[in-house]
Design a binder for this molecule. Structure first.
Ligand code: FES
Ligand code: FE
Length: 408
């Protein structure tokens, strides 16, 4: 981005009215996207996989993140590490697809690397070259209760507090011992902010997600009448469930409201409601109980790291979302559904399990794409968010603008 563009970007940011949507170029400009991709976006955490995909030493997966190919590897010491999938000899891609190996070998001239990224051998390279300096370029990777998150740059927000607070809960829910039962991709023609804004609010749930509202009744009630009384009534229902019916041993706190908290992560449980055991069409289980839960309490537990890491856990399955910006106006949304690793295929009803989030995400993809089409129009101007029902997007946009300004 040249200096003129940077000045224009700074001006656009300072012009931005708090509580209103962004100006058009933030949702469409390749220059702004490129600036984000090299800076702020590269310093966020993204879900890249699950422990079951890297269950043994030498297992590796190849994943794209912000236009880069990454190699994520489980070492002989049990640690998961991530590297750019770029050979230090002449830059070739090293691996094309997931696999398992004792060393990583570049197919071009056969340089090989240990699982920790250091060079193992570089045939016919003169002895005065210091191969210790030519290990694979590392990227930040963390494994939190079986969820593998990664980033591109070293200056990522610390996950120490998140790990400490969330690991026991994910252990309790059985997430490290889960397996992926289904995975689907929803490539969406819209800037990542339009995608994340959509996922950060439920204002659209009543008009646009009839199935979701049928399952999560309180969402419908709340979204239709966003009053203090309705919110207080829902809070009473939740507290009653938490003190009477919820699993007592779960380390997750009650999730009080829909607003983002002061930390970058949030975690909490709430009842699905109306006696539903899980988020299926009829509320009946779709798989065996997970983790240490002894009976169905009908709760749903959320765990997220702002803005891209979002997971939901019911009693019998987990829904792991991946949000991957892939271009100025393109974002890939990937959903994985996980169940107990010991659950047999016969015990898991995949169609009933994926129903809710598949139907909802197909709807969201269409909503976001229509939103993106309108935003491309010369008539588009920023509009006001609902303070009552869109605190998530308000926070997302304000965090984003602050971070961008700090980089200019
Ligand atoms: Fe990898 Fe030559 S580019 S060994
Ligand atoms: Fe939605």
């Amino acid at each position: 981005m040249n200096i003129l563009h940077l000045a224009a970007l700074r001006e656009a940011i300072t012009r931005q009215r708090p509580g209103w949507t962004l100006e058009q170029p933030f949702y469409t400009s390749p220059e702004i996207y490129d600036f984000e991709r090299r800076g702020w976006l590269a310093e966020q955490w993204y879900t890249l996989g699950h422990r079951s995909e890297l269950s043994e030493a030498g297992a590796y997966i190849v994943r794209d993140l912000l236009g880069e190919s990454l190699l994520i590897v489980r070492g002989t010491d049990g640690q998961v590490r991530g590297f750019y999938n770029v050979c230090r000899h002449r830059g070739s891609r090293i691996c094309d697809r997931d696999g398992r190996a004792t060393n990583l070998i570049c197919p071009y001239h056969a340089w090989s690397y240990h699982l920790d990224g250091s060079v193992r051998s570089a045939p016919a390279i003169s002895a005065d070259i210091d191969l210790a300096q030519l290990g694979l370029h590392p990227v930040p990777i963390r494994e939190i209760g079986g969820i593998i998150v990664g980033s591109l740059k070293g200056h990522v927000p610390s996950l120490d507090v998140v790990q400490r607070e969330v690991e026991p809960l994910l252990q309790y829910q059985g997430i490290p011992q889960a397996r992926i039962a289904a995975r689907r991709s929803y490539p969406t023609r819209g800037n990542w902010k339009l995608v994340m804004e959509n996922f950060a609010e439920c204002y659209h749930c009543y008009p646009s997600h009839p199935e979701y509202c049928r399952v999560m009744k309180h969402v419908e009630v709340f979204a239709r009448q966003a009053t203090r009384e309705v919110a207080a009534e829902w809070e009473r229902t939740m507290e009653q469930w938490f003190s009477k019916d919820a699993d007592r041993d779960s380390p997750a706190p009650l999730r009080k409201d829909f607003k983002p908290g002061p930390t970058i992560h949030s975690v909490g449980r709430a009842p699905i409601g109306e006696g539903r055991k899980t988020q299926s069409q009829d509320g009946k289980p779709v798989a065996p109980l997970m983790g240490q839960l002894r009976s169905f309490d009908g709760g749903v537990t959320g765990f997220s790291i702002r803005p891209f890491v979002i997971n939901m856990m019911t009693n019998d399955h987990m829904v792991m979302f991946q949000f991957l910006p892939t271009g100025p106006e393109d974002t890939n949304v990937v959903i994985s559904w996980l169940v107990n690793e010991s659950a047999s295929e016969a015990e898991v009803d995949i169609e009933r399990m994926i129903w809710l989030w598949d139907v909802t995400t197909v709807q969201d993809k269409a909503l976001i794409e229509r939103n993106a089409e309108g935003v491309r129009s010369s008539a588009y101007q920023p509009g006001p968010y609902s303070a009552a029902l869109e605190p998530g997007p308000i926070q997302l946009v304000s965090d984003y603008l602050k971070a961008m300004l700090a980089r200019l």
